[in-house]
Design a binder for this molecule. Structure first.
Ligand SMILES: [Zn+2]
Ligand SMILES: [Zn+2]
Length: 924
């Protein structure tokens, strides 16, 4: 049974194959934990992408981070549930299907509601799974057996239940309200769905005649067409300019209507003329002022933002046509005082870009105060943590100032509001099922309200509705609260805040299974009603120039294209390695190319290893221990026997890398985890250990076999360490390590390496550092002397201490082989004065090679070295002079720094001596 791996590393083929395998084998499916379960649980809800969506870099980053955490927890022995699904995305989906219909020359309204909704379902069945298929390509290890859609029957029933309960609790009400209205989408949209933009526009000053006088009051507006709906002019009571007009009326131009002059704080004396027009039906602030003064609300536009019958002769005109007509008439009649350039703040519909019109309409609201109170408390108390921490305050500030939430949308696609209107008496009944008769007048068949609910209403319920709510299920006991939510800042309020409000309200009194809670490390958390215990807000992915990606700029990177070119593993690695918390990611493909080279390096190392194993011990398999155990004291490389210096060293380095990686993943420092694994796998394992062990593979059968055993066992550990970040290549090689018959179905089910501090061997690390230093010095010296690669050269070494000499002597073979040296001669005196020699704090080394030294170049090089050394010395000395630092730093750090200063002083002396020897003037 040879260990097979194709010659070339081709990520495309490998990745597609394993992605299919993981799904087919249902590897990530999680059964409901039985009562008495004592393993810890890790639960994560995938922020459901829109069913219309296509994967973008934000998803890719988000899912990479989630998958790293999920795979890591799973390998650490947690019962790990990652719940996937899609959102029905009301307005986005409706518009998508409308566009499709337009191509066929059909219109939604002509089709009728029922047919249209059926058509959307058809669309969903055909195309709705696209984004989930793309997720499979990323290797996202979700439980596909639990996939949901926000309009599934059970979730829809839960939505109705929530609505009815809130209504019964007095937390849902119906009211006239000024809403943001999109005349294109014909629906109310929430504040969060309005994009604000400042544009160059005009401010018009209009004067209104004070009734019965020749006096005028001047007001200013950027939307003159709304004056047709004015029902008052406000001045400030403290504004002495208008004291004589208190209690009077003005005559509204064009409409010839008398409207009162009111006293209200909305008028600011320091702003403009100090007088403002009040249009309660078309401006949110005026709406509030109107309510304070019981003013009539005159709506002058229809739902398409065309003027209606209340606009008199302007009826039928579009709002912008009306604006022109009104201005012309005001001018002709002498009411237009001035026209000034002005920066106008415009609100646009997030979906279609149409300018939003504030509009009075009948809507459904959630009374948010009582819900917000609990959602504030759980974050203030730390029952929910938010990382990075600055988002906690942003969240709280928003919650302190939250307004009632308008949840009705005038769409056809979505959860229809469970309310019915009586055709006879107008009574509105909110109920779980359609009532047969009006409960008030007993008329038959009340009509269901046509509005649907805001999409965020149903997605705000997902943490518990996906676990079977309103029934009390075993899933809920085990998996609620979820452990973590990873999401983007832009949906902190849309989604995160609402999940917290709904969770705390509807799951109040819920208790997580005590044993599972304790095992999961949450025993000290008192409140189990929260939808998740931790929130992690991830960064934005920008382009290589740090510009935000946007369609208009044309700098949007399609993650699937990047994957096609470099592989999923390399793309995931890039996103992980660049994801330092709190900073956006400037995605640079050259980095991805570099990480593809990393994968290639691992591939080639595996092939080298397999070649030797098949030659020496084809039956050799790694020893996989600690299966299914939580992080234990096992070093994660059972079967590794440390016999030589390089063995002790690599085992020590592996345990360090393991400790650092585990710490980094646990605290969402994905970049540190990725970089640490990279440095270990490439920089230490491939570059040094494999090189150092090669001669042993050529020795007697037993020695060679032992060497092979160390290689495969360590390789197995390193693959498991890397697996959460690069799941595909690690799965492929891991199966090959076991010659196609691994002890588990997947490396994803194997235990994650846990660090064993007892394996950290400082002596071995110090000794290896001497050898590495010496070999790197030799390579540099050879390069400077331009020694032909095939020529081996003798060297002279002066060791500063007997211990250093012993290490070099004992590893003479490695030095000769890796430094391309023939003959090491130890001398008893410093070599520092010899031109071309290299001096460190531990040794001096000189390559004996006949070549005329270029004195000028040598002086140049030494000066550079001197400068660098002096800089390092200064930095270290500054730190040692810093009292703050000395107070805080651990003693071994301070001691290390002192030692570094001593060593740097020695190096500096040596450089100076050499410069003097070369006759460089001015050096002392
Ligand atoms: Zn719109
Ligand atoms: Zn009735």
């Amino acid at each position: 049974m040879p260990h097979e791996l194709p010659k070339a590393y081709e990520p495309g083929a490998i990745e597609t194959r394993w992605a299919e395998y993981w799904v087919k084998e249902k590897l990530f499916h999680v059964e409901t934990p039985a009562p008495g379960e004592t393993r810890p649980v890790f639960t994560l809800l995938l922020p459901p992408p829109n069913v219309t969506g296509r994967l973008h870099m934000g998803h890719m980053l988000n899912q990479t981070q989630m998958d790293i955490l999920v795979r890591w927890h799973r390998m650490c022995g947690f019962i790990t549930l990652w719940l996937p699904g899609t959102d029905h995305a009301g307005i986005a989906t409706q518009m998508m299907v409308e566009r499709q219909l337009a191509k066929e020359g059909k219109r939604r309204r002509e089709m009728g509601r029922e047919k249209f909704v059926e058509r959307v379902w058809e669309w969903k069945r055909e195309y709705g799974g696209a984004i989930l298929d793309q997720m499979k390509r990323l290797g996202a290890s979700v439980d596909w057996g639990r996939e949901y859609f926000t309009m599934d029957e059970n979730l829809s029933r839960a939505v109705r239940e929530v609505f009815v309960r809130l209504y019964e609790q007095g937390l849902i009400y119906r009211g006239k309200y000024i809403v943001n209205w999109c005349p294109r989408c014909e629906t109310a949209i929430s504040d969060l769905e309005v994009k604000h933009e400042d544009v160059a526009g005009k401010l018009w000053e209009i004067r209104y005649r004070v009734a019965g006088t020749n006096d005028f009051i001047t007001v200013a507006t950027t939307r003159p067409e709304t004056m047709l709906g004015d029902t008052a002019v406000a001045v400030n009571a403290a504004d002495e300019r208008y004291t004589h007009l208190h209690g009077k009326h003005v005559l509204l131009p064009l409409m010839k209507r008398e409207i009162p002059i009111i006293l209200d704080e909305i008028a600011k004396p320091e702003f403009g003329t100090g007088a403002v027009k009040i249009t309660p039906a078309h401006d949110p602030n005026d709406f509030e002022a109107g309510k304070r003064h019981n003013l009539p609300q005159i709506d002058v536009m229809d739902l398409h933002a065309r003027m209606n019958e209340n606009a008199g002769t302007y009826k039928g005109l579009d709002r912008y046509e009306a604006r022109e007509a009104v201005l012309t008439d005001l001018k002709e009649q002498g009411f237009l005082v001035a026209e000034k350039d002005y920066t106008v703040p415009l609100g646009k519909c997030d979906r279609c870009g149409t300018v939003v019109e504030p509009r009075l309409s009948e809507q459904w609201f959630v009374k948010i105060g009582p819900l917000a109170k609990k959602a504030i408390a759980v974050v203030e108390s730390g029952e929910i943590t938010i990382t990075p921490e600055n988002y906690k305050q942003i969240y709280l500030n928003w919650m302190y100032n939250i307004h009632d939430w308008c949840v009705s949308r005038q769409l056809w696609w979505g959860h229809r509001i469970p309310a019915w209107t009586c055709g006879s008496c107008g009574e509105v009944t909110v109920a779980r099922e359609a009532p047969d008769r009006c409960p008030k007048c007993n008329s038959p068949k009340p009509e269901q309200v046509t509005d649907v609910l805001d999409t965020w209403f149903s997605s705000g319920l997902l943490p518990f509705t996906t676990l079977g709510w309103p029934e009390k299920t075993r899933d809920q006991a085990a998996f609620y609260p979820t452990t973590l939510l990873i999401t983007a800042y832009e949906i902190l309020f849309f989604w995160v805040a609402r999940m917290i409000m709904f969770g705390c309200h509807f799951m109040e009194g819920h208790e997580q299974d005590a044993a599972i809670k304790k095992a999961s490390g949450c025993a000290e958390k008192k409140n189990d009603s929260v939808p998740f215990r931790n929130v992690y807000i991830h960064a934005l992915v920008r382009d290589a120039e740090r510009q935000k990606m946007s369609k208009t700029k044309g700098n949007v990177l399609d993650p699937l294209e990047v994957i096609d070119r470099f592989g999923t593993d390399a793309t995931r690695f890039t996103l992980a390695a660049m994801a330092a918390p709190g900073t956006d990611i400037a995605f640079n493909e050259s980095r991805t190319d570099g990480y593809r080279a990393f994968a290639n390096k691992i591939w080639n190392a595996a092939r080298f290893m397999f070649m030797n194993v098949d030659r020496i011990a084809p039956d050799l398999r790694p020893v996989l221990d600690g299966r299914g155990a939580r992080p234990s004291t096992s070093c994660g490389v059972a079967g590794f026997l440390a016999q030589t210096l390089e063995d002790r060293w690599i085992l020590s380095r592996f345990n360090r890398a393991t400790r650092d990686t585990n710490d980094a993943i646990a605290t969402y420092r994905f970049h540190e985890a990725a970089n640490r694994i990279y440095d270990f796998f490439w920089g230490e394992f491939c570059d040094w250990y494999i090189e150092l062990i090669k001669p042993r593979l050529m020795e007697s059968a037993d020695t060679a076999r032992a060497g092979c055993a160390n290689l495969v066992n360590l390789f197995d550990g390193a693959l498991r360490l890397l697996h959460p970040v690069m799941p595909f290549i690690t799965e492929e090689i891991w199966h090959a390590v076991y010659a196609g018959a691994p002890p588990l179905k997947s490396i994803a089910l194997a235990p994650y390496p846990a660090a064993d501090d007892a394996q950290i061997d400082l002596a071995a690390e110090t000794q290896m550092a001497v050898l590495q230093d010496l070999i790197v010095s030799l390579r540099n010296l050879r390069a400077e002397l331009k020694v032909e690669p095939k020529v081996k050269v003798p060297i002279q070494v002066f060791a500063h201490e007997p211990e250093i000499r012993r290490v070099i002597e004992e590893n003479r073979g490695a030095v000769e082989r890796l430094g391309n040296v023939e003959g090491v001669v130890f001398v008893e005196a410093s070599l520092a004065k010899i031109a071309g020699a290299r001096s460190t704090a531990r040794f001096d080394v000189h390559v004996v090679y006949e070549r005329k030294i270029d004195v000028a170049a040598e002086i140049e090089r030494l000066k550079k070295d001197l400068e660098k050394t002096e800089k390092q010395l200064a930095t270290a000395q500054t730190r040692l002079g810093d009292q703050q630092f000395l107070k805080k730093a651990p003693p071994h750090v301070v001691e290390g720094l002192r030692q570094q200063v001593e060593e740097l002083k020695i190096v500096k002396e040596k450089i100076l001596a050499k410069l003097k020897e070369l006759g460089e003037a001015g050096t002392t």
